[in-house]
Design a binder for this molecule. Sequence first.
Ligand SMILES: [Zn+2]
Length: 357
Amino acid sequence: MEMFHITDIISILGLPYPPIGQASYYVQCPCCDEKPYKKHLNINLKKEVFRCPRCGVSGGIFDLYSLYTGVPRDQVLRVLVDRLGTPSQVKRPKIKVEPMSNDFGVECPITDIESRHATYSALLDKLSLAKDHRENLLRRGLKEADIERLGYKTTPVVGMASIAKQLQMDGLYLAGVPGFYRSDSGTWTFMQERRGILIPVRNADGLIQGLQIRRDNVQRRKFRWFSSTEQKDGCKAEGWTHFAGVISSQLVLTEGPMKADIINALSGLTVLAVPGVNSLTHLQITLETLRERGLREIKTAFDMDFSTNIHVQNGFNHLLALLDEMGFRFGTYIWDPRYKGLDDFIWAQKNNNEGGI
Ligand SMILES: [Zn+2]
């Protein structure tokens, strides 16, 4: 027997159709998305279901109609027949739907920065900083007060699901926050990462956009994003920039949020960090925003050993081309090449002047 399809409901409710070839897509959730650009309600054409991982509203074809129109669910069938005729009479546009590669692994679109900041701040509040990590940060030149202010914490190794539950009970959104996802049992949790230091990556207003992890005891890819890509209701981190200091007409541009924090703490300079010299996606947007707030001049300060790698060199050239195109005055900090990073150099200078190391 022919049945109504979710596409029939979508068309009479005036909801957007999916991008061509996609069986699963997101629209504004009528229950929890205040603004149209926020899209948390997932509609799955193949399964003929919808679900919002953010507020939990979900159901099938009749529930969707009921949700938008207020018609009680048990009357929806009759109303649909009145409006559309019987299911076999409905004229349907041809929508080509490809089988989904991974029905289970549907990711959430990223949520807004205010929600991410609230969730990440609450998460960090529940964590502590291990002694070895604190000592590591102090050795690099940060003071206790800096560490406190920056909010660095140690990655937890147990209790992820119970922390996630507490966050949820405190009214925080976990859907669309990179790092969080749903376990097989359907409860929220977050990624268990290799032990390391969690670093809040902030915008110019101090809001946490995402978290990076400085992993213990690894040589390659020491810094990674806290991200839950390819997990159920997971979410991918983006290559955010990190801002340290106060907005001014000049800034130092470097690589890595922790380095930016250390340079700022040691020198008082305003510092912006890209996650990597080949990861410039968010740089232009950040610089445009900062230009509106008075930024005119940029001094790059990448590690002195950077130029030996052609891949890194190309990335750096792209970066300079971008600064040039955007019309900024720019130059490069040069320091004693015995010190790898500007942070190392400033810290050594400080210690020499004070008769230290
Ligand atoms: Zn919702």
